[in-house]
Design a protein around this ligand. Structure first.
Ligand code: ADP
Ligand code: MG
Length: 262
């Protein structure tokens, strides 16, 4: 049975897309079948896996507004086991077009029913807001994964996000749970990163993944080459940390038996 994971945080630049692309690619490398869905009108996850947005004439928009069935929108990527439903700029309009629709919060959930069952994971890369696209993602997901940038204002806005998740759980999606919190852009040269990591762990305990993603130049470069970090520079610290994270994620999901080394 496929599991749907929304990667959400209304703050921009915290590592949602980097985590979506690289978790998806690392799960695919562990032989899982993965579908990545780009829900951000900016389309960074689409270009991040090497798909040219200019060449996409369909996107997840078409499923949200009921123009096309979701399985017709899936395309393969250069990464084995990893498929994509891209975003196009149309998606920016969907938030407005759907405002007056009755079932506006459930469009994605309904659409995803048609995703073939041979996927193990569906990863939803959310935009940096708590608008209708993110609400659709949270209403459709089994779990939500929250990346937090390891910096001074890390916890700012988190209360609002957690209250939104709670409201969605109460009113739209009683099955929704929190997958966990992932610390990103950790800078080991500063005391600040360490302090923030300690503070987040004190607050959220077991919810915080043990793997921490370091700030790593190669992670910042990979998107401009349209490659997940595992393909751009597989021996970089960024690649190793996302591989470790994917393995910790799989372990939490009961896929035991993965080895700790390459
Ligand atoms: P979001 O999707 O939350 O807006 P992104 O994943 O796009 O955030 O990350 C914001 C920027 O930071 C991007 O340019 C990305 O390449 C870069 N970035 C993300 N994670 C890291 C990291 N661990 N180290 C270095 N740069 C990173
Ligand atoms: Mg993003």
């Amino acid at each position: 049975m496929k599991k749907i994971v929304a990667i959400a945080n209304q703050k921009g630049g915290v590592g949602k897309t980097t985590t979506s692309v690289n978790l998806a690619a690392c799960l695919a490398a562990e032989s899982c079948r993965v579908l990545l869905i780009d829900l951000d009108p900016q389309g960074n996850a689409t270009s991040g896996v090497g798909v040219d947005r200019e060449e996409c004439d369909t996107s997840i928009y078409d499923a949200l507004v009921g123009l096309r069935s979701v399985e017709t929108l899936i395309r393969s990527t250069q990464t084995e086991n990893l498929d994509l439903i891209p975003s196009t700029t149309d998606l920016a309009g969907a938030q407005i077009e759907l405002v007056s629709a009755d079932d506006r919060e459930f469009r994605l959930r309904q659409a995803l029913e048609k995703v073939p069952d041979d996927y193990d994971f569906v990863i939803l890369d959310c935009p940096p807001s708590l608008g209708l696209l993110t609400i659709n993602a949270l209403a459709a997901a089994n779990t939500v994964l929250v990346p937090i940038q390891t910096e001074y204002y890390a916890l700012e806005g988190l209360g609002h996000l957690l209250r939104t998740i709670e409201l969605i759980h109460e009113h739209l999606n009683p099955a929704l749970t929190i997958e966990g919190i992932l610390l990103t852009m950790y800078d080991s040269r500063t005391n600040l990163s360490e302090q923030v990591a300690t503070e987040v762990s004190t607050h959220f305990g077991e919810l915080v993944f043990q793997t921490v993603i370091p700030r790593n130049v190669r992670l910042g470069e990979a998107p401009s080459f349209g490659m997940p970090i595992s393909e751009y520079d597989r021996s970089s610290r960024g690649a190793i940390s996302y591989r470790d994270f994917a393995r910790e994620f799989l372990k939490r999901n009961g896929h035991g038996g993965v080895s700790a080394s390459a």
